[in-house]
Design a protein around this ligand. Structure first.
Ligand code: SAH
Ligand code: SF4
Ligand code: F3S
Length: 453
């Protein structure tokens, strides 16, 4: 037995699901190196901020949080302890040693491709080697070098299959912070899915910044995302599959067909379009038009009529006029989104659009409010369309009320229902009785079953 008590690790995660996944993998790597995860930064031996650089606000949050952490670190030092502080993720990759210059408290800066090096970097700190900064793209495979997935309690898990992006949309930092597109080999993905399934996971969300561009090495050559999904569907215990985020131009016929043929694939698709104006789409370097996007959605819906669509929108991209914005609203009406995210354009250093003349802030604000109002109407319509339907719900956790559990519908909506705790980690048919802005509530139908409804 190891007599040394574990050190306390606190990780705060910002940004997208890939960062959530990475934080889990870092926790697992550091557990092997003598740490144990805690859920508050006070008194932690190591605090990591896993950061996002996508918009200015996201990046600036990191520095204000570091200011707060500094106070905790000072308190710990007064009591004779040491708090190590690291910045990981996309701000780490984008700003590198500038972070240490701005906040000398930071002693670790690690880009997303180098997380497997964390234990060695901590050893170097112990040896008094000074701040450790790794933002190069190491040649070894981080996923191979990281320890296996730990057992988990949730029936739903993320699984990164692809990283990076080669699309270079004019507004976006991802190609710079996450580097070139890279797909994990099929065997690695399947082994991880099997391991997750063995520890009780029933739903996996395959992740990638551009996940439908997946082109991993597999038996007989390069596999597409559709082929990978079919293989994951064959993993014993995996009943639900999702994937995110996709680019419209990479929705190939096989992937669309999979939505009809693979019963594990959930009828919910996040397919960002960003704008409904062809002029703006061109300036954004999206390489598709509003019409090609709408035709794509028609094909997807012809294949899988009950699919619910989700998207991302940017308002106030440089040059966007009222007429361009009206085209975005028209596209939204044509699609009818079940859910979507909306953002004001935020100029990002080093991206092609950042130097262009900006749309005034007040105009961005006003457009965002109008867009959100349309989204609210669409989302309410979708929520209401679920009332009276019976849908399979995967129950994940206990609810706030006694006797209540919370699960997810096929459309990713949280669903509250009064069901026995034995339904946790099970898929149960639930009749939806009421819809709220961000959730549904319902009643289980028939005997509890672990099978598909
Ligand atoms: N890979 C995904 C999206 C990654 S970023 C895709 O291709 O769609 C998530 C979302 O953030 C984007 O879809 C976009 O809507 C938004 N976003 C990215 N850069 C932004 C910027 N500079 N300003 C505002 N929103 C931005
Ligand atoms: Fe960014 Fe997505 Fe465009 Fe890639 S496809 S540059 S991740 S918005
Ligand atoms: Fe943010 Fe990086 Fe994800 S910039 S959205 S954390 S890929």
């Amino acid at each position: 037995m190891n007599a040394i008590p574990p050190k306390k690790l606190f990780i705060r995660t910002y940004g997208c699901q890939m960062n959530v996944y990475d934080s889990e993998r870092m926790t697992e790597a550091l557990t092997g190196a003598g740490y144990e995860a805690v859920d508050a930064p006070e008194d932690a031996d190591l605090v990591l901020l896993n950061t996002c650089h996508i918009r200015e606000k996201a990046a600036e949050k990191v520095y204000s949080e570091l200011g707060r952490i500094r106070k905790l670190a000072d308190e710990k030092a007064e009591q004779g302890g040491t708090m190590r502080v690291g910045v990981t993720g996309c701000v780490a990759q984008a700003e590198g040693e500038e972070i240490v210059r701005r906040q000398p408290l930071v002693d670790l800066v690690v880009g997303p491709q180098a997380y497997h090096r964390l234990p060695a970097m901590l050893d170097a700190l112990d040896e008094g080697k000074g701040a450790q900064i790794v933002t190069d793209f190491p040649t070894e495979d981080k996923f191979e070098a990281l320890p296996q997935r730990a057992r988990r309690t949730s029936p739903s898990a993320f699984l990164s299959v692809q990283e990076g992006c080669d699309k270079f949309c004019a507004f976006c930092v991802v190609p710079y912070t996450r580097g070139a597109e890279f797909s994990r080999p099929v065997v690695q993905v399947i082994a991880e899915a099997q391991r997750l399934a063995e520890s009780g996971v029933r739903e996996v969300t395959l992740l990638g910044q551009n996940v439908n561009a997946y082109h991993g090495e597999g038996k007989g050559g390069t596999w597409s995302l559709a082929r990978l999904i079919r293989e994951v569907a064959g993993v014993e215990g995996i009943d639900r599959i999702r994937y995110t985020t996709s680019h419209p131009n990479d929705m190939d016929d096989d992937l669309i067909a999979a939505h009809a043929e693979v019963q594990e694939l959930m009828p919910y698709l996040h397919l960002p379009v960003q704008s409904g104006s062809d002029r703006i789409l061109k300036a954004m370097n999206r390489k598709h038009t509003a019409d090609s996007y709408l035709r794509l959605i028609d094909r997807i819906r012809a294949t899988r009529p009950d699919i619910a669509m989700s998207g991302d929108f940017i308002v106030g991209f440089p040059g966007e006029t009222d007429a361009d914005f009206d085209e975005t609203l028209a596209l939204m009406d044509a699609v009818g989104y079940a859910h979507a995210f909306s953002f004001k354009y935020s100029p990002r250093p080093g991206t092609p659009a950042s130097g262009a003349e900006q749309v005034p802030e007040a105009v961005k604000e006003e457009r965002l409010a109008r867009l959100n109002e349309v989204l609210r109407v669409h989302q309410t319509r979708f929520q209401e369309s679920c009332i009276g339907r019976t849908m399979p719900v995967l129950f994940e956790k206990v609810g706030r009320e006694p006797g209540q559990l919370i699960g997810r519908s096929p459309y990713l909506q949280p669903v509250h229902a009064y069901v026995p705790e034995s339904a946790l980690q099970q898929i149960v048919p639930v009749r939806i009785d009421a819809g709220f802005p961000n959730s549904l509530s319902g009643t289980p139908v028939g005997a509890l079953s672990s099978e598909h409804a």
